[in-house]
Design a protein around this ligand. Structure first.
Ligand SMILES: NC(=O)c1ccc[n+]([C@@H]2O[C@H](COP(=O)([O-])OP(=O)(O)OC[C@H]3O[C@@H](n4cnc5c(N)ncnc54)[C@H](OP(=O)(O)O)[C@@H]3O)[C@@H](O)[C@H]2O)c1
Length: 232
């Protein structure tokens, strides 16, 4: 039997990509779509709080906005529903809430659901040997993106700070046109310039990652997981 999915942010760029993937495969089906511009009807809800599960045991996939993230996490915790989320622009309070909810339900949050960025994150540990180089993280995204720096750039910056054990200059963010997502780590000495770069060539790379993450998470015990865990 197909596992029911509640898709939060269903009307958005990511939500629409995820729905296409779910509709083309056999493991999941959409139970409800949630977006603030929807009316409450058979398959749609304005808010996750409007959903009555009536004994069903779905999962939530959330790609929406930081403003409702806390309420999505709380609803999932109260209803014992596993959550996959890629929503970015989160506050420290959101991350504390996420950690706490992970004691009750399985949660996978990742600032970037692509395989490539998670491979790039693993490469960052190699940079410890050039700790004395100057480092600069850059992110380039489409001009509709709300948050800057991107969640991925913050993740890469934090990984670098941990590996290099030194402060780094602020991330440089460019918002232009329709760029799906480019992230660069520059490491520069007087004689060399290393660039680790990841380019998302479409939005479905993130959507496929999110559906992969949901398949991985669905039978996991309570806990806070990342895409790095799912890809091991
Ligand atoms: N982790 C990753 O791999 C990854 C990749 C790409 C994007 N993202 C992140 O995913 C999120 C969504 O990105 P996007 O490009 O799809 O954004 P988007 O096109 O702006 O979509 C946002 C969605 O959230 C819904 N929403 C906003 N406020 C709401 C509210 N108060 N109640 C219910 N629904 C609400 C919007 O619906 P209405 O318009 O109807 O309100 C819309 O469906 C962003 O945080 C983005 O940074 C993550």
């Amino acid at each position: 039997m197909k596992k029911d999915i509640i898709l939060v942010g269903a009307s958005g760029r990511m939500g629409q990509e995820i729905e296409k993937i779910i509709n083309s495969e056999t493991e999941f089906r959409i139970l409800y779509r949630v977006s603030s511009s929807f009316d409450n009807d058979a398959e749609n809800r304005k808010s996750i709080q409007d959903i009555d599960l009536g004994g069903r045991e779905p999962m939530v996939i959330d790609f929406s906005t930081a403003g409702i993230f806390g309420s999505v996490v709380n609803w999932c915790r109260e209803n014992k529903v596993p959550l996959v989320s890629g929503t970015t622009g989160l506050s420290n309070e959101d991350f504390v809430n996420l950690e706490n909810a992970g004691k009750t339900i399985p949660i996978l949050w990742s600032s970037n659901m692509s395989v490539g960025i998670n491979v790039l994150r693993k490469l960052i540990s190699q940079l410890a040997v050039i700790k004395d180089f100057d480092f600069q993280v850059e992110d380039f995204h489409h001009n509709k993106k709300i948050d800057a720096p991107s969640g991925t750039a913050i993740t890469l910056q934090n990984d670098l700070i941990n590996v290099l054990d030194k402060d780094l200059p602020q991330v440089v963010s460019v918002r232009a046109g329709g760029i799906f997502g480019i992230h660069k780590i520059n490491a520069v000495s007087n004689e060399e310039h290393i660039i680790l770069e990841h380019r998302a060539m479409n939005r479905s790379v993130f959507a496929n990652g999110a559906v992969f993450a949901a398949k991985w998470l669905k039978d996991k015990p309570a806990g806070c997981y990342s895409m790095m865990d799912a890809l091991q």
